[in-house]
Design a protein. Structure first.
Length: 463
């Protein structure tokens, strides 16, 4: 076999391959054997039909077509390896010559990873938010915990903000009650804004047994988006009572004996959250600065495929789970389809550039992924997917995605290397040392977000 490589542009090549006919012998034998198992000829047992009979009955062309289809992937792979090419996606193959008994020639155009030079990134400087936790932040955190321990009790008075109501609802569109527009025994907290626009004004001031009618745009169901006349009946009013903020509450809501200990722990958790956010911010800003230092040629087909994949995942997974289509999503976001397409293209380009550049950095720095690092990453991915580690691991192995996970970990380590070399200051001008944070874990999340893959999703600490 002879092959030659022609560079069409920095991200695409054309392979020209010539194969002597004798190198097709194994594929020809396999083609005759396959056809033998599929056809019957009177006078011959199945699988024992001579090649000359198959040629006469079914045509030599059918055999050649089967043999070439079998042989092409092998010869294409040999040509790729011979040219030391790092190919992307599937090739566009064109058979240029097929002479029976003499020669097979074909061309294959395919995208390749562009050659990149890693710049000196030690001069990168970024600024991040300073970590500050105010007394107001602590009070808000404790108040949220207090809300979770609120109790309710029925009251004989008009409903007011914060009350918990039991409601019966009936929605009409064009004077007709909707089949899915009737609900009874619905629990609703006044002021939570969780049901329909206008319901808070309608129920405020009503006692148990009171009714009101209001107009609202339906947020779901068969008449989603339409204006409906909604009748609401209050069947019960309950007041919410918050526990006193004292040591007894601290013992009820936590493992601490005093309110001061609870507040101290809340402050510590808030600081952990803000340090996590600070580390994430540093990683994101350093990555942006790194990308500015390198001109990365963009493979057009790969970019088109990535844009389509991102759009498909948004529409068919994320939006579908929320009961939205793209038009409704764009309306909520206040974007035109042109703006959405431009934004998706920009995100896709950033994701591809991130992967190319960090993969090159992995090779330059000779970064390896240990079994322990891969296992920890798999555990985090399993947690974010809602699967058990065993289930997720099985799915990864069966789907042949282990190299993908190794790549995610390696790129996270590569970004962490750049961050360590960069200068990170907070908004107070203080140099930040991120060594106390697990930089690689945070970097995996940042890289996954940039690439548009499922995040490694290390959970933030809870406040």
């Amino acid at each position: 076999m002879k092959s030659a490589v022609e560079t069409l542009n920095p991200t695409r090549v054309r392979l020209t391959v010539e194969v002597p006919f004798e190198e097709l012998k194994d594929s020809l034998d396999a083609a005759y054997k396959k056809i033998n198992q599929q056809v019957t000829v009177k006078g011959f047992r199945q699988g024992k039909i001579p090649a000359r009979v198959i040629d006469q009955r079914f045509g030599r062309g059918a055999v050649l077509e089967e043999a070439v289809n079998d042989a092409l992937p092998k010869f294409y792979t040999e040509a790729v390896n011979e040219g030391e090419l790092n190919v992307l996606g599937q090739p566009d193959v064109d058979i240029t010559e097929l002479k029976d008994g003499e020669l097979l020639a074909f061309t294959a155009e395919v995208d390749i990873r562009p050659a990149l030079e890693i710049p000196d990134y030690s001069g990168i400087e970024v600024e991040v938010d300073a970590v500050t936790v105010s007394d107001e932040d602590v009070d808000k955190s404790v108040e949220q915990l207090r809300e979770r321990f609120a109790s309710t009790s029925p009251v004989e008075r008009a409903a007011q903000d914060g009350d918990v109501l039991t409601l019966n609802l009936e929605a009409k569109v064009d004077g007709e009650v909707l089949e899915d527009g009737v609900a009874q025994g619905v629990t609703y907290t006044v002021g939570s804004d969780e049901l329909l626009d206008g319901i808070d004004d309608a129920v405020t001031g009503l006692e148990a047994g009171g009714e009101a009618t209001f107009t609202s745009e339906l947020k779901g169901g068969s008449a989603e988006g339409k204006e409906a006349e909604v009748k609401v009946e209050v069947t019960e009013v309950k007041s919410r009572e918050l526990p006193e903020l004292d040591d007894e509450f601290a013992q009820l809501a936590s493992e601490f004996d005093t309110l001061e200990e609870l507040k101290a722990d809340s402050r510590k958790r808030l600081e952990q959250m803000k340090k996590y956010d600070q580390a994430t911010q540093a990683q994101e800003k350093v990555l942006d600065e790194l990308l500015k230092l390198v001109e990365v040629p963009m493979p057009e087909k790969l970019l088109a495929d990535e844009i389509q994949t991102r759009k498909h995942n948004l529409v068919n997974h994320q939006l579908a789970q929320m009961g939205l289509d793209l038009a409704k999503y764009l309306e909520i976001q206040g974007k035109t389809e042109e703006e959405f397409d431009a934004e998706t293209k920009e995100q896709a380009e950033k994701g591809i550039k991130t992967q190319f550049l960090l993969d090159e950095l992995v090779n330059k720095e000779k970064l390896n992924v240990s079994q322990e690092e891969l296992t920890e990453h798999l555990m985090r991915r399993a947690q974010s997917s809602g699967m058990s580690p065993d289930q997720f691991a099985q799915a990864v192995v069966e789907g042949g995605q282990v190299p993908m996970l190794v790549g995610e970990v390696a790129r996270g380590k590569a970004l962490a290397v750049v961050v360590e070399a960069a200068t990170v200051k907070d908004s107070n001008g203080e140099v930040i040392d991120l060594e106390d944070e697990d930089e690689a874990e945070v970097a995996e999340t940042v890289v996954a977000e940039a690439e548009g893959t499922e995040p490694a999703a290390d959970e933030k600490p809870e406040a």
